[in-house]
Ligand binder design. Structure first.
Ligand code: URA
Length: 293
């Protein structure tokens, strides 16, 4: 029962997070609906089967107190550390930075047991730098970005653009998977977490010097442009903006497509990426232009 309660709390938090990101629709599988039905039916029948026990004058009355499942407090994160990249070529600077992140005491304190820090990966000469949010469960297990389901979809998206993963660079606005408190589930990074890891992402972008940065989803945008709960992704996606002198495209996160994989959503993301391809002068075939129409 306690696990079900924790799961419902995690679900409640995740729905709140999606609402903040401007999503107003969620898709629920038949299997999940069946599980909910079974849970609620069994808790109803438990209540119905409670026969009042005969009153015995001397028996002490036990008061049952239902306590909320304890939630871990959000981590306290210090201000970001100020540093400069050492002189050297791209590879030397990247190795120095990776080493700094993997040994950063704040980062290490926030890694959940059994999980790893995740640093960006890819070509240091990439034209395109993709920015995600934070490592998923699978990513944090292996210490690499985008290896889970969202990663598989990102690989397919890149292939549709005519690219292999090794040709782009992929980084995140946060280097650890945020602890949701219940031992499972997701939580959005806090402002302090994003501010702490921000310089690590910025330094990776400065090393790669891409022709364009692609921010995937609202959390990535919060990490790059600063947290703004009023900002709506649908209002800022699809146009070439600017970040620190680099052209910036904002589009939806692949995980959004996994949750809401309508043709319309796929086409919207694809149109954003066609703008990206045009901006960095990649060849675009007629077939590519018509994807998801
Ligand atoms: N994995 C990542 O590394 N980043 C994301 O945003 C999602 C999954």
């Amino acid at each position: 029962m306690r696990n079900v309660k924790s799961a419902l709390l995690a679900l409640h938090e995740e729905l709140g997070r999606l609402k903040l990101l401007g999503e107003d629709t969620v898709f629920v599988s038949d299997e999940t609906l069946r599980s909910f039905k079974m849970y609620f039916q069994s808790s109803k029948s438990l209540q119905a089967s409670k026969v009042p026990s005969p009153k015995v004058a001397s028996s002490p009355v036990k008061k049952v107190v239902v306590k909320p499942v304890p939630q871990s407090p959000l981590p306290s994160i210090p201000k970001p550390e100020i540093f400069e990249l050492p002189p050297g070529n791209k590879e030397e600077q990247w190795k120095w930075l990776r080493n700094r992140v993997l040994n950063c005491s704040v980062c290490k304190e926030n890694v959940m047991p059994g999980k790893q820090l995740v640093f960006g990966l890819g070509s240091l000469n990439a034209d395109l730098f993709f920015v995600g949010e934070a490592p998923s469960e699978e990513d944090a297990l292996v210490g690499q970005p985008f290896v889970g389901d969202a990663g598989d979809l990102l690989t397919k998206i890149l292939q549709a653009m005519g690219l292999e993963r090794e040709q782009v660079y992929i980084g995140n606005v946060l280097n650890w998977k945020p602890d949701a408190g219940a031992g499972f589930g997701n939580r959005a990074p806090t402002k302090e977490e994003l501010e702490f890891c921000g310089p690590y992402l910025k330094a990776q972008i400065d090393i790669v010097q891409p022709k364009l940065v692609v921010a995937l989803g609202a959390t990535a945008v919060n990490g790059i442009l600063g947290m703004d709960k009023k900002r709506k992704l649908k209002d800022i996606r699809g146009q070439i903006l600017e970040y620190n002198g680099y052209p910036l495209m904002i589009t939806y996160h692949p995980a959004y497509v996994l949750r809401n994989g309508t043709k319309k959503t796929k086409r919207t993301i694809w149109e954003d990426l066609l703008v990206v391809m045009e901006k960095v002068q990649m060849p675009i075939s007629d077939k590519q232009k018509r994807f998801f129409t």
